[in-house]
Write a protein that binds this ligand. Structure first.
Ligand SMILES: *[C@@H]1O[C@H](CO)[C@@H](O)[C@H](O)[C@H]1NC(C)=O
Ligand SMILES: *[C@@H]1O[C@H](CO)[C@@H](O)[C@H](O)[C@H]1NC(C)=O
Ligand SMILES: *[C@@H]1O[C@H](CO)[C@@H](O)[C@H](O)[C@H]1NC(C)=O
Ligand SMILES: *[C@@H]1O[C@H](CO)[C@@H](O)[C@H](O)[C@H]1NC(C)=O
Ligand SMILES: *[C@@H]1O[C@H](CO)[C@@H](O)[C@H](O)[C@H]1NC(C)=O
Ligand SMILES: *[C@@H]1O[C@H](CO)[C@@H](O)[C@H](O)[C@H]1NC(C)=O
Length: 407
């Protein structure tokens, strides 16, 4: 059984034009051919587009998306940043209901305020979708199969992309670098989306600071900054003033990776911000070091609610403490005789053999969900520390395996 995640994130509105708010969409999920880094491959896309089409709506609109499965696989679709309380049917667990095809099957959702409502920040001249992505020269299905059978880290991607393109630092694709034309004195709302499979990304714009005004579909306390760190599946709204000497500037994205051995490509993906006029080539902004944890965590620490609509329960009845480590389990057919597994409080997931929890919830079947899941890790250890041994990394073995979704 194979499911694929379709991953639609963010909020977008093209430059200067009022978007046509089609509230009925037809998404055909099918294979199409795409070329990057001088390599052509066939991959799963929505309507043959990479990144996929954008959905525009105003808050309060009802949007209908007809998904036509023209692929050879079962598919699911889910919507980051769009809260669907008690509607978990299309969401789920990595590598179970989220497969690797989300690598090429994703797009942005633009949600604008209702007509009579204003923004809690100066009105932008235009909304700009900036989607960070990953490109493998091989088919992701092949990478995934190797990852599962070897039990080790997956092969790293060949490049990160911005709006479908790796940018100027990759000679093969340089001519297709994404360009954003801006006018001096105008304000742009960048809708930043990270669709990378597993990587937190740093994002910078040459010579320009910006203000972070939203995250994951909610406005937030503005943060003035010269960089952002964005997790996979996350969206950020960045207000950019075109207030620098007219010219050409890079916007760039590079991985944050704290491990001592970095397997990933560290060459930034670039796009160009071009002021109206003729200008010299841009300069690359300086990034935090690839392993700068203080910069990555420091950015996330600053994200704070706007406070005017936060409805947070103040009374706590019960406290849970969850650890989310990567463990290893014996595997005779794997490289190094172990397979990587993630766990929650030393419990990892098994594919359900009978009724799974979501199905039990859907059909109102009792006795499938049990309440003995540990509220605390079974033993304490340094939760933020990775042990090293001669072979590289060392993981705790996993004690329990449960058949449930969402762990
Ligand atoms: C699709 O899902 C159905 C129902 O679970 C399953 O029987 C079928 O084998 C799946 N098809 C593929 C191509 O994975
Ligand atoms: C999608 O199409 C494939 C090929 O016909 C089929 O195997 C699969 O079951 C379909 N999935 C769904 C969810 O209809
Ligand atoms: C960006 O902000 C920093 C302080 O955080 C300041 O030193 C710098 O001059 C600003 N850069 C621009 C281009 O405004
Ligand atoms: C980042 O990596 C460099 C080179 O391996 C190392 O010297 C430095 O200590 C690392 N920094 C952090 C914060 O881990
Ligand atoms: C597997 O073993 C090889 C060679 O002994 C080593 O270089 C590599 O780091 C190991 N991989 C893991 C994931 O431990
Ligand atoms: C997980 O369980 C195993 C086996 O019981 C144990 O050796 C290990 O210490 C546990 N790890 C943690 C983090 O509790």
């Amino acid at each position: 059984m194979k499911f694929i995640l379709l991953f639609f994130s963010g909020i977008v509105l093209h430059l200067g034009i009022t978007p046509v708010q089609a509230l009925l969409h037809r998404f055909e999920v099918r294979s199409s051919s795409h070329t990057r880094l001088c390599t052509t491959k066939s991959m799963l896309t929505v309507n043959g587009r990479f990144p996929g089409p954008t959905i525009y709506a105003r808050r309060g609109d009802l949007v209908t998306v007809d998904i036509i499965n023209l692929s050879d696989q079962n598919i699911t679709i889910h919507w980051h940043g769009v809260k669907m309380p008690r509607y978990p049917w299309s969401d789920g667990t990595d590598y179970v209901t989220h497969d690797w095809s989300r690598n090429s099957v994703h797009g942005a959702i633009v949600i604008l305020p209702p007509k009579r409502e204003t923004y809690p920040f100066p009105k932008p001249h235009a909304h700009v979708p900036i989607i960070i992505e990953e490109w493998w020269n091989s088919k992701v299905e092949t990478i995934y199969e190797k990852f599962v059978s070897s039990g080790t880290d997956p092969d790293p991607s060949n490049a990160f992309l911005i709006n479908g393109q790796p940018g100027d630092l990759y000679p093969c694709s340089k001519q297709d670098t994404y360009k954003l034309r801006v006018e001096f004195g105008k304000r742009y709302l960048i809708k930043l989306v990270n669709t990378a499979l597993n990587s937190i990304m740093f994002f910078k714009i040459g010579n320009h600071n910006f203000t972070v005004v939203g995250a994951d579909g909610a406005y937030m306390k503005p943060i003035q900054t010269d960089y952002a760190a964005i997790a996979p599946g996350q969206t950020l709204d960045l207000l950019l003033e075109a207030n620098q000497p007219p010219g050409r500037y890079y916007m760039a994205a590079r991985i944050y990776a704290s491990a001592t051995t970095i397997y990933s490509v560290t060459i930034p993906a670039t796009a160009i911000i071009e002021y109206v006029g003729n200008h010299a080539p841009p300069l690359l902004p300086s990034f935090p070091e690839v392993n700068d944890s203080a910069a990555s965590i420091g950015f996330t620490d600053k994200l704070k609610s706007l406070g005017n609509n936060a409805d947070v329960p103040k009374r706590v009845d019960e406290t849970f403490f969850y650890t989310l480590p990567v463990n290893a389990m014996p595997c005779t057919t794997c490289t190094n005789s172990t397979r990587l597994f993630s766990s929650v409080n030393n419990v990892t997931m098994l594919l359900p053999t009978a009724t799974d929890i979501l199905e039990a919830y859907y059909r109102g079947i009792n006795g499938v969900y049990t309440t003995d899941f540990p509220d605390f890790p079974p033993s304490s250890f340094n939760y933020a520390y990775i042990r090293y041994n001669a072979a590289g990394r060392e993981w705790d073995p996993i004690r329990n395996r449960r058949s449930c979704i969402g762990v």
